[in-house]
Design a protein around this ligand. Structure first.
Ligand code: PLP
Length: 388
């Protein structure tokens, strides 16, 4: 029987029963660039750390097991992972990409991939007829679900059927839910992307990225590309992400529970005009999320009544930090318009509903009463100031 995901965050079955690494419980950091060969034509399995390093490999095997992939590759950042992924494609290839994506991915596609002759259609994959955009040049569909920051939910299984019918790849950036809550490969995706900087690492202290696949041909191609382009994760950072993953389950549970409580509180505030959280029954993606994910995550997007109100919240928060990024133990609040999505063309931003009144919260694992108390203070002070 398959082991539970909390166990898989800690233990790699294939390495059990061996007495390697002096029995160290914490996997050692192999801080080495190169490896001695036992003899001519022989190798310990490791030749040079750009190709592979035991600490990175251990991490990759854990992440592959969490996502039910046959292979995972660890990169220096999430963007390094996505950049390498784009090397699968040739000039003339066409990709369908969701119109509401992480801003850095849009920046990469618009400013780097396009220059390399790859063309894109921005599609609202949660509601548009995706199949209508497929041409003979289309090679892949690239989505996030829920999306960042508008929390649109796409049915991964339904989309994977379309991708399979046309023999194109389905790529899912699974950063927002982490493998603890959602496993796109099981739902028919071919490649899963992670910014390991977020929930996998979980402590706002390390950058990392992953590509996970269940296809031999893609694994082989990715291995060739990582060796060639050299964006693999360093040994020490691999160890930090390994340590973070050990507590993935309890962090996800706690931050998702906190998020639900905060989303409910936000909804009751007269100064809040909209709360977008897929854990609410009225969210259009709620039923799909219930089917394809094990939890609703800890990201909340909300809109307040004015730009001044939004800016005042950002000025006044103290324990909650006004900062980019997400998925760590500390609660962060972000202003997508000028931070994560500043490089997204304004008309796309507006069409997606990201306005000057939109805020995004990545809920951490603090005591929820303390988070609510801080929000109550910040909101009350803002009300008083703006009504003066
Ligand atoms: C942060 C993020 C990325 C990029 O990852 P980095 O580790 O910052 O390079 C990609 N996708 C999503 C959804 C993200 O949140």
């Amino acid at each position: 029987m398959d082991r539970g995901i909390n166990t898989r965050c800690l233990h790699l079955e294939e390495e059990e029963g061996k007495v390697e690494n002096f029995g160290a419980i914490s996997y050692p950091i192999y801080q080495t660039a190169t490896y001695a060969h036992p003899g001519v034509g022989q190798s310990t399995g490791y030749d040079y750390s750009r190709l592979q390093n035991p600490t990175r490999e251990h991490l990759e095997k854990i992440v592959a097991s969490l996502e039910d992939g046959i292979d995972a590759l660890a990169f220096s950042t999430g963007m390094a992972a996505i950049s390498l992924l784009m090397e699968l494609f040739q000039p003339g290839d066409h990709l369908i990409v969701d119109s509401d994506l992480y801003g850095g991915s849009i920046r990469l596609f618009d400013n780097v991939s396009k220059k390399n002759g790859i063309t894109f259609s921005n599609v609202d994959c949660h509601k548009d007829n995706v199949e209508a955009y497929i041409t003979e040049h289309t090679k892949a569909i690239y989505i996030e679900t829920p999306t960042n920051p508008m929390m649109n939910v796409t049915d991964i299984e339904a989309l994977s059927k379309i991708a399979k019918r046309h023999s194109i790849l389905l790529i899912v950036d699974n950063t927002f839910l982490s493998p603890y809550f959602q496993n796109p490969l099981k739902l028919g995706a071919d490649v899963v992307v992670h910014s390991g900087t977020k929930y996998l690492g979980g402590h706002n202290d390390t950058l990392a990225g992953f590509l996970v696949t269940n296809r031999e041909d893609l694994s082989e191609r990715f291995r060739f590309l990582i060796k060639t382009t050299g964006s693999g994760l360093a040994p020490f950072d691999s160890w930090l992400i390994l340590r973070g993953i050990k507590t993935l389950g309890i962090r996800m549970e706690k931050s998702a529970a906190n998020a639900l409580a905060i989303a409910k509180w936000l909804k009751e505030q007269s100064s809040v005009t909209e709360v977008i959280y897929p854990g609410f029954k009225e969210h259009p993606g709620y039923e799909i999320m219930k089917r394809q994910a094990k939890g609703f995550g800890a990201m909340i997007t909300f809109k307040v009544k004015s730009k001044e109100f939004a800016l005042s919240i950002l000025e006044k928060v103290k324990m909650i930090k006004f900062a980019e990024s997400l998925g760590g133990v500390e609660t962060l609040i972000t202003y997508p318009t000028t931070q994560t999505h500043a490089d997204v063309p304004e008309e796309i931003r507006e069409r997606n509903g990201i306005t000057a009144c939109t805020l995004r919260v990545s809920v951490g694992i603090e005591d929820v009463e303390d988070l609510l108390n801080e929000l109550k203070t910040v909101f009350a002070e803002t009300e008083a100031e703006l009504n003066k």
